[in-house]
Write a protein that binds this ligand. Structure first.
Ligand code: CP
Ligand code: NVA
Length: 303
């Protein structure tokens, strides 16, 4: 059976642990892509995801081919399904950053090679893997630890919520109304094993005692036109030194980047002693490599 990674809960609990083991293994990566290609489609800009995924493919012995938006023009020049069918003639894996999560689902339904989500409007699973690796480096056992998300309930927030829940963490969200997790997502977090899952509008209340504080842009790629409306709504959700001071003394700060300094986070926090944003960015490479290695091996093993 072909395995895809469109979001973290495409993996079972055991599989997530197996993927994390592969990510954390510093030994020479198995050359599962030797002589093979990986098509990397980007409908949106990227720094960390493009570079870490290309290098992961190289480390696994493969050849990455970057496809910029106008080159493939999904559902413009040809359908998402036909783009995927064509790329599957030459490549062993397709990874894509798209606006509409449904495009990834349609691609996954059309081909028998793994489809990997490099960020959609819905989720960002490789970022969540890197975030977990970063938290694990700090706190050996994540079960029972509290991660508080502050700001917009974005694609990154949803995937991190899934991963943290599957690892038995307490997940808290401090979000303005209308930008908060749907009730169904909180139920899903609890079903997946979250020690606790809640959302509230009060950042201080949600951050109090947290082990990990995380935020993201107030407006994601594709939402730039909403900036004027969103900015005043999110002002109370800036992560600054005062907000970090109510977290646990040992708390760390994470941000997937790119950061909008002075908006969702102050320089003082981003560049301060609690920040782990650079190890988090560095973890994007082992996360991509471990996920690709696991998907390709699982697809062959089960196929
Ligand atoms: N964190 C992240 O996905 O960064 P890029 O948009 O630069 O890839
Ligand atoms: N939520 C952000 C994450 C960027 C890596 C976005 O989608 O633009």
């Amino acid at each position: 059976m072909t395995r895809h990674l469109l979001d973290i809960d495409d993996l079972s609990h055991e599989e997530l642990l197996a993927v994390l083991d592969r990510c954390a293994d510093p030994a020479t990566p198995p050359q599962v892509l030797a002589g093979k290609g990986a098509a990397l489609i980007f409908e949106k800009p990227s720094n960390r995801t493009r570079n870490s995924t290309e290098m992961a493919v190289v480390q696994l012995g493969g050849h990455p081919i970057y496809l910029k938006p106008d080159e493939v023009d999904i559902d413009g020049r040809e359908s998402a399904e036909d783009v995927a069918r064509t790329l599957a003639c030459y490549h062993s894996v397709i990874a894509a950053r798209v606006f509409d999560h449904g495009v990834l689902q349609r691609m996954a339904g059309a081909v028998e090679i793994p489809i990997v989500n490099l960020l959609s409007d819905h989720s960002h699973p490789l970022q969540a893997l890197a975030d977990v690796l970063t938290m694990r480096a700090e706190f050996e056992d994540l079960a029972g630890r509290t991660v508080t998300w502050v700001g917009d309930y974005s694609n990154v927030a949803r995937s991190l919520g899934l991963a943290a829940s599957m690892l038995g963490m307490k997940v808290r969200f401090a979000c303005p109304l209308g930008y908060d997790p749907p009730a169904a997502d909180l139920v899903r977090f609890a079903e997946l094993g979250a020690d606790w899952a809640e959302a509230d509008v009060d950042p201080k209340g949600m951050v109090e005692g947290a082990d990990v504080v995380v935020t993201d842009a107030w407006y994601s790629m594709g939402q730039e036109a909403e900036k004027a409306v969103r900015k005043p709504i999110f002002e109370p959700y800036r992560v600054d030194a005062a907000l970090m001071s109510v977290a646990a003394e040992h708390a760390i700060f994470l941000h997937c980047l790119p950061a909008h300094r002075g908006e969702e986070v102050t320089d003082e926090v981003l560049d301060g002693p609690q920040s782990r944003v650079w190890p988090e960015a560095a973890n994007r490479l082992p996360a991509a490599r471990g996920a690709l290695e696991w998907l390709l091996t699982a697809t062959v093993r089960e196929g």
